[in-house]
Design a protein around this ligand. Structure first.
Ligand SMILES: [Zn+2]
Length: 151
């Protein structure tokens, strides 16, 4: 029998690249194609507005703040903080075998909040306000899923 003094069941904290979560291929659209192409090169893009300066995600052609169509890609630093999160302890399919894992909104340095996973850390050690940086999980489909890990 294993003793119960450790932290969780060791679902995180491994030093190697990538997480243990499944990485399904993304749904692509004309508005997100460039975003996914950039992830294949470990780059995180957000959409920015040339008129009002807002940055937003998911990518859209029209600025959600001022409705300008003068929007452009900007490369995000990949740094952010955990805005809110929940620990998933039950799911179906491949994600069901990866529980427990963390589903979170990470607020990027540039402002947008991204629905993502916090990985590489015990689920009990994730906190709101925690500083995180992007890490990429390869889907094998010329795209990687941006996930976040504590700095
Ligand atoms: Zn705008």
């Amino acid at each position: 029998m294993s003793e119960n003094s450790g932290r969780g069941d060791g679902s995180g904290g491994r030093g190697d690249a990538g997480s243990d979560l499944p990485a399904p291929a993304p749904d692509r659209s004309p508005e997100t194609a460039a975003f996914w192409e950039a992830t294949a090169e470990d780059r995180l893009l957000v959409r920015g507005c040339a008129d009002c300066g807002a940055a937003f995600h998911p990518p859209r052609a029209i600025c959600p703040e001022c409705h300008s169509d003068e929007t452009e890609w900007i490369e995000a630093s990949g740094r952010g903080t955990v805005y809110t999160y929940s620990v998933m302890r039950q799911n179906h399919g491949p994600f069901g075998e990866a529980v427990p894992y963390v589903l979170a909104f990470v607020e990027l340095e540039e402002g947008p909040r991204v629905l993502t996973n916090v990985v590489g850390v015990d689920v009990e050690d994730v906190e709101i306000g925690q500083e995180v940086r992007v890490t990429f999980d390869d889907t094998g489909e010329d795209a990687k899923l941006p996930r976040f890990t504590p700095v």
